[in-house]
Design a protein around this ligand. Structure first.
Ligand SMILES: [Cu+2]
Length: 221
């Protein structure tokens, strides 16, 4: 009877252990920023992660620089270390289908990588740029209009696609503003497209042949 009791006890211990064994640890990832100018997310074997299955991961982050931090954002996730200190932390994160970004806040445009998780929806097509219509000629006329042909007094600052119609053999279209200095050929005609960043200030346009008379301007606000 005593022997049988031990078997029962052993069975009970086995049952009690099972949940602990079944509960597998989340897969590990390693995030690193610094000490140089680099930020990475890697598998434990060092393979860089660019695409990964959705799921819950333990990300051990080594922030090795006092000039950078490690920041991860994406669907349901926003975790970051401090810039001024080095640190090693572990975050448990649930990565969902979508795109995640790892970056350093002070260098958010240059020190960043995108991680694709699962099969995210395709990125939205880029928005077409707002258009402007720049025309010189025929004869001594020059204008900068909206795409629908409306005369403009002000234009919101931003990036524009400017269609330049040079319809004069004598005149050209010369556009000058903050950070902008573009011209069509003085001799000759044709249609060009300029992609330009228009910044706040006065945007002037004129013909280099007659800059005092064939001219105009709009305010960029
Ligand atoms: Cu940085």
């Amino acid at each position: 009877m005593r022997f049988r009791g031990l078997i029962v006890l052993a069975a009970a211990v086995t049952v009690a252990l099972v949940p602990a064994v079944v509960r597998a640890a989340a897969p590990q990832l390693l995030g690193t920023v610094g000490p140089g100018f680099d930020i990475t997310l890697a598998q434990p074997d060092g393979t860089l992660v660019t695409q990964i299955d959705p799921g819950t991961y333990d990300i051990t982050v080594r922030d090795l620089s006092t000039e950078h931090n490690f920041h991860i954002t994406g669907p349901g996730v926003n975790q970051l270390t401090q810039v001024e200190t080095t640190d090693t932390v572990t975050w448990t994160v649930a990565l969902q289908d979508g795109r995640y970004t790892i970056f350093c806040d002070p260098h958010a445009t240059s020190l960043r990588r995108t991680i694709t998780v699962g099969t995210p929806p395709p990125p939205p097509p880029p928005k077409p740029l707002p258009k402007l219509l720049a025309t010189v000629g025929p004869k001594a006329t020059i204008s900068l209009k909206s795409a629908s042909g409306a005369v403009l007094k002000t234009v919101k600052a931003g990036v524009y696609s400017i269609t330049v119609r040079d319809r004069s053999r004598l005149h050209n279209f010369h556009l000058v503003g903050k950070g902008v200095n573009r011209r069509s050929a003085l001799v000759g005609m044709g249609t060009l497209t300029w992609k330009l960043q228009l910044s706040a200030g006065t945007l002037r346009f004129f013909s280099d042949k007659s800059p005092k008379t064939v001219k105009g301007s709009v305010k960029i606000t």
